[in-house]
Structures are given as structure tokens and as C-alpha cells.
Write a protein that binds this ligand. Structure first.
Ligand SMILES: *[C@@H]1O[C@H](CO)[C@@H](O)[C@H](O)[C@H]1NC(C)=O
Ligand SMILES: [Zn+2]
Length: 384
């Protein structure tokens, strides 16, 4: 995750290959075969073709976008069949959620969350040279993740843990816990499991400990606590670990698009992306995102933090377009929220490099633990 710069506007204005008419199947096939990527740089703008080098330059400049190369046609179809399917702007929707009411069940679960488990998961995860979505070590990391969550969920016939494969080497991972009394709507918690070294994505070192190793291991540990406590949700509950967030929200966009196409109803989506850093000398907070979110879900999230965490809630500054995987769900009209490690400017400055490790001054497991608590509470309160 990285919030976008004003520079983006200039980049869009300078885009050359702008399309006034829908892109044909032939053009999609031809250009993808040449290695070009189709990027959506703003909600109103038209998608533009970029070479891999240009994509990298955009990432280095801090621009954020959806890589829609593999979802363009499905999205065109979705836009045709349902005029309001796509959430056009940053303006929030407002779903309704009842306040937290399961304190006596949730509170004991929170004390089962283990920092040393999270450390151990993160040590494996950050041990891969990088988790770039097109690299071999990125693919290996997704295989490790699948293995790990399969170990946790083994023996439960109401749970599936599977790879969601893509047209690139790294898979996303999806754990589905069936609802005992209903088949929908589904509650989803997400994090991205990929990482990037912006100077050398394919071969450079990118431990991605905070971005987004922390969110990734918060969710593994949340899953472990819920499963080991014997929790059986009444409505379906899912955990997603996305491939390719750093390359343009690729995994989450593919999955959110496929859920929309299947007509899947989503009650709520919570993204965890960077939960482990507190800038030395600044107050420790949970900073909730104000844009590309659902206001009703955000209010519920504030109540969760107040009820279950030791930290105060503050409203972050806007993150902007295509800022993290919640944007993929928001784009399909689903309610989203994102609690973040701190206010932008006080977040981890070492991300997207070989320096994103747990040994930086400011990294805090006790801070990250608060986000695992929020995740357990979110899952339990919305699906019990
Ligand atoms: C990318 O990886 C290389 C090789 O591991 C490393 O020397 C370099 O510092 C990394 N770049 C960044 C921005 O961290
Ligand atoms: Zn991230």
C-alpha cells in the first residue's frame, strides 16, 4: 500500500493510448501477447496500455491503478447488465450494521491471539527472497501460505482452503467457512501476501514484513484462533490473501470481479494492509480510511475498535484511488473498510524495499496485535 501523489493527474493527462470505444477482444489478445498491460488509472478515465517498464515507472512514481488486463471483458459485461454495479466514485455507500453485542464470547478469544505465532508465520513469509507476483519466490510464498492455512483448517468439513489461480505464477488463497444457518451474504477479511522491491521486482530482496506481512499474519492468526476455539459461523466467513496487490491490485480485482459476476452477496469486506509500525514519538492509533469505504461499516469498525482494542480511533487522510485491495471490492459496490497502522506521513517509510523488516525502529508487534483483535471481533460479530 502507498497513498498516491498528485503527480497522478499529470500522468493521466499525458497518457497516449486513450480509448474512446471499448477495446476489442483482438486488441486485448494481441497486446497482452506483446506483454502490454491495460491500466485503469482513475475511475472516470479510460484504461491505457503500458509496457512492463512503464508500469514499473508508474509504481516508482507512487501512482496507483488497477491492472485490468485480465478483467476488462468481464467488467464490460458487468457494466452492461447492471448499471449500478460499479461504484463510480470515492463517495461512500452506507450499509447498516448493529453494534457489537458478543463481548462475552469475543473477549476470551482475543487473549488466545499469539504474537509468537505471528512472528513465526512472518519469519517464514519474509524469508522468501521476494513475493513479487510474477517471480518464482512469489509463487513459492503463495504455496507456503496455502499449506499453512490448510494445516489450520484440516479436519473441518465445513471449511475449504484453496488456491485462486491467476494468469501469472502467484496464486491468491481463499479460506471459506460455511455458514451453519445460511449461505449468504458472506463476510470477508483480506490482506495481500505479495511484496515488491521497486528497484528490482523480479530478483531484488523484498521481505515485505510490514507491507503486508503484518496483515497477512494477522489474518492467519485470526483464522487459527477461530478454528481452534471451535467457532462455527451462522453466516459464511472468508479469509483472502491476495496475489499481486503491488502490481495493480491484480488478485483482489480478479476475485471481486468474479464474485460480482457470480452474483455473490457480500455483507462486509475488511482489508488489513500494514499494521505493525508506530512512528517513534507519535501517538499509537488505529487510523481508519475515509475514502472508498462504506460509512456504515466504518462506524461499525469504530465501535469494534472502541470495544475490543486498547487503541484510540482516528480518521486517516484520504488514501486515494486504487490504494489497496478494498478498492477492488468497493469498485464492485460492496461495503468496505480499512483500519491502518497510523496517519499517512506517520506510516512505515521502509516499504517496497529490502528495508521493510521487523527490526526497523518503530516496528511493534503489540501494535499489530491490536489489528488481529479487530479482525477476530469483525469476523465474530458479523457472522455469529
Ligand atoms: C532491491 O534489492 C536489491 C538486491 O537485493 C537491494 O540491493 C536493493 O537495495 C533493493 N532496493 C531497494 C529499494 O530496497
Ligand atoms: Zn500493501
Amino acid at each position: 500500500m502507498k497513498f498516491q501523489l498528485a503527480l497522478l493527474k499529470a500522468l493521466i493527462a499525458a497518457a497516449v493510448f486513450v480509448h474512446a470505444v471499448p477495446i476489442s477482444r483482438d486488441e486485448l489478445v494481441e497486446n497482452s501477447a506483446k506483454g502490454l498491460r491495460l491500466l485503469q488509472l482513475s475511475e472516470d478515465g479510460l484504461p491505457v496500455w503500458k509496457t512492463e517498464d512503464e508500469v514499473l515507472q508508474l509504481l516508482r512514481s507512487g501512482a496507483r491503478f488497477f491492472d485490468v488486463t485480465e478483467t476488462y471483458e468481464i467488467q464490460q459485461e458487468l457494466d452492461k447488465t447492471s448499471a449500478e454495479s460499479k461504484n463510480a466514485g470515492e463517495f461512500s455507500t452506507a450499509a447498516t450494521f448493529s453494534p457489537p453485542s458478543h463481548q462475552s464470547q469475543v473477549t476470551p478469544l482475543l487473549s488466545r491471539l499469539s504474537i509468537s505465532n505471528m512472528q513465526s508465520y512472518l519469519s517464514s513469509l519474509s524469508g522468501f527472497n521476494n513475493r513479487y507476483y510474477r517471480s518464482q519466490s512469489g509463487a513459492d510464498a503463495s504455496a507456503w501460505l496455502l499449506d499453512t492455512v490448510q494445516d489450520i483448517t484440516r479436519g473441518r468439513s465445513d471449511i475449504t482452503a484453496s488456491a485462486f489461480t491467476h494468469g501469472w505464477p502467484q496464486s491468491s488463497t481463499i479460506v471459506k467457512i460455511a455458514g451453519s444457518s445460511s449461505s449468504g451474504p458472506v463476510t470477508i477479511l483480506g490482506a495481500h501476501m505479495d511484496s515488491i522491491n521497486l528497484s528490482n521486482p523480479m530478483n531484488g530482496r523484498a521481505p515485505g514484513s510490514d507491507d503486508d506481512g503484518t496483515g497477512t499474519v494477522n489474518l492467519i492468526e485470526t483464522l487459527r484462533v477461530l478454528v481452534s476455539s471451535g467457532f462455527r459461523p451462522s453466516t459464511p466467513l472468508e479469509f483472502h490473501w491476495y496475489s499481486g496487490e503491488e502490481g495493480g491490485l491484480l488478485g483482489s480485482n480478479a476475485i471481486a470481479t468474479s464474485y460480482k459476476r457470480a452474483g455473490t452477496q457480500v455483507k462486509a469486506f475488511l482489508q488489513l494492509d500494514m499494521t505493525g509500525y508506530v512512528k517513534p514519538g507519535t501517538p499509537e492509533v488505529v487510523a481508519i480510511m475515509p475514502d472508498f469505504i462504506d460509512q456504515g461499516l466504518n462506524n461499525f469498525l469504530k465501535q469494534l475498535v472502541t470495544t475490543y482494542s486498547r487503541l484510540p480511533v482516528v480518521v486517516n487522510v484520504p488514501c486515494g484511488y486504487a490504494c489497496s485491495d478494498h478498492a477492488s471490492w468497493f469498485r464492485q459496490g460492496y461495503p468496505t473498510a480499512l483500519p491502518f497502522e497510523g496517519i499517512f506521513g506517520e506510516d512505515d517509510p521502509f516499504i517496497h524495499s529490502s528495508g521493510d523488516t521487523t527490526s526497523v525502529n518503530g516496528f511493534s508487534w503489540s501494535h499489530s496485535l491490536e489489528f488481529a483483535k479487530i479482525a477476530v471481533a469483525f469476523a465474530y460479530e458479523l457472522t455469529a
